[in-house]
Design a protein around this ligand. Structure first.
Ligand SMILES: [Fe+2]
Ligand SMILES: [Fe+2]
Length: 145
């Protein structure tokens, strides 16, 4: 079952970022589906998502640095990424320690944070990158924040 659905409202116009966001949605759906199955399936789905998140955050931070975005902005965006990873790890550790609600809480947190972060923070980042790189922002991109 799909709990995260891709739509154009998440579009940043940065092809690799968009591709990775869509893949992240797919990994969250896989984690959702793995609940209630063998523990190894959930472990593997979580490990894959965790690795991909790291890779994705590195890409965004490299793009921000390359485009010459203000260092203070990059530091705040980086801190948001770090806080996310810390919370995800904390909830996963609760799950591993036997909490029955932690897996659901983790999924709820992942879905809400990713939607919010992409819609607001990443799209704003993309606008800044497009402005500095002289590239085109998608026309429907910033209709709302
Ligand atoms: Fe992102
Ligand atoms: Fe981000």
């Amino acid at each position: 079952m799909s709990v995260m659905h891709w739509s154009v409202s998440y579009y940043t116009g940065l092809p690799e970022v968009d591709r990775q966001h869509e893949a992240l949605f797919g990994l969250v759906n896989r984690l959702y589906d793995a609940r209630g199955h063998r523990a190894e399936l959930l472990e593997q789905a979580f490990a894959d998502l965790r690795d991909y998140v790291r890779e994705h955050f590195s890409l965004e931070e490299a793009l921000m640095a390359e485009s010459g975005i203000d260092a203070g902005y990059i530091a705040r965006h980086h801190a948001a990424h770090e806080n996310f990873v810390m919370r995800v790890d904390e909830l996963w550790n609760f799950h591993r320690a036997g909490s029955e609600s932690a897996a659901d809480e983790l999924l709820g947190f992942l879905m809400a944070w990713l939607r919010e972060h992409i819609l607001h923070t990443d799209r704003k980042m993309a606008l800044e990158i497009h402005a500095r790189m002289g590239t085109e922002a998608p026309h429907n991109q910033f209709a709302h924040f």
